[in-house]
Design a protein around this ligand. Sequence first.
Ligand SMILES: O=C(O)c1ccccc1NCC(=O)[C@H](O)[C@H](O)COP(=O)(O)O
Length: 261
Amino acid sequence: MSTDILSRIVTRKQEEVAEARKRVPESEMRSRAEQKPRDPRGFLKRLSRPGVNIIAEIKRASPSKGSICPDLDPAAYARQYEAGGAACLSVLTDRDFFQGSFEDLQAARNAVSLPVIRKDFMISPYQFYEAAVQGADAVLLIVRILEPEQLRDYLQLAGALGMDALTEVHSEEELETATKAGAKLVGVNNRNLRSFETNVSHSANMASRFAPDQVAVAESGIKTREDVENLLNAGIHNFLIGESIVRAPDPAGFIRSLMGE
Ligand SMILES: O=C(O)c1ccccc1NCC(=O)[C@H](O)[C@H](O)COP(=O)(O)O
């Protein structure tokens, strides 16, 4: 089942975009995005600060773990994340595989002053217009599901709409593709999205491959202060963390402990 999860997600995304275009044509969505008064909170800027920066994720469910916290209150979680010292929020907006939504993104963003990434599977310009209309400060670009040309175009499109882009890689080849496309903010996913195998040392092992002007993020499977320290020792100080924070009885306290406070 996990072997082709990304293909299944991408196929469903294509259907979703086609359905959304019928409700609001692309020309209209684009014009809404271009006319939307922008108030970007600076996702990349926050992660360029020294110290431990945690992108804390609102994650109700996932393909690898099933249900995690289906009834979570995104505004309450966002407030806890901010109180705990998170640098940014990540909000999953995919409904079918993660039980996320734009409502979650809006509720979380409106509750705090942190920059927010729309965490989804971006395969069409339409989704960038949607993200801008929803007020997202950043979007995720997954190298494995994009052609190199598309990646370059989407990095530009995100910037033109006033959003930062977090480019996600898993392998060294994908990191090379991201670098050639000009990606500045790059996340290494510790989770292999084919097998779901997660190895927290994976991003540490890739750290030396980053260009000096790139900002690295370690993604997935981070659960303990020891994980964070090992990644800090490898030179990575930005962390995207979902499940362990969502499941923590006290998310704010847990974030503080991950930060070493
Ligand atoms: O989490 C999954 O099962 C998953 C499956 C297929 C594609 C993406 C997936 N996760 C998205 C993410 O990038 C994670 O939510 C994020 O890195 C946080 O990971 P974690 O701390 O392990 O919840």
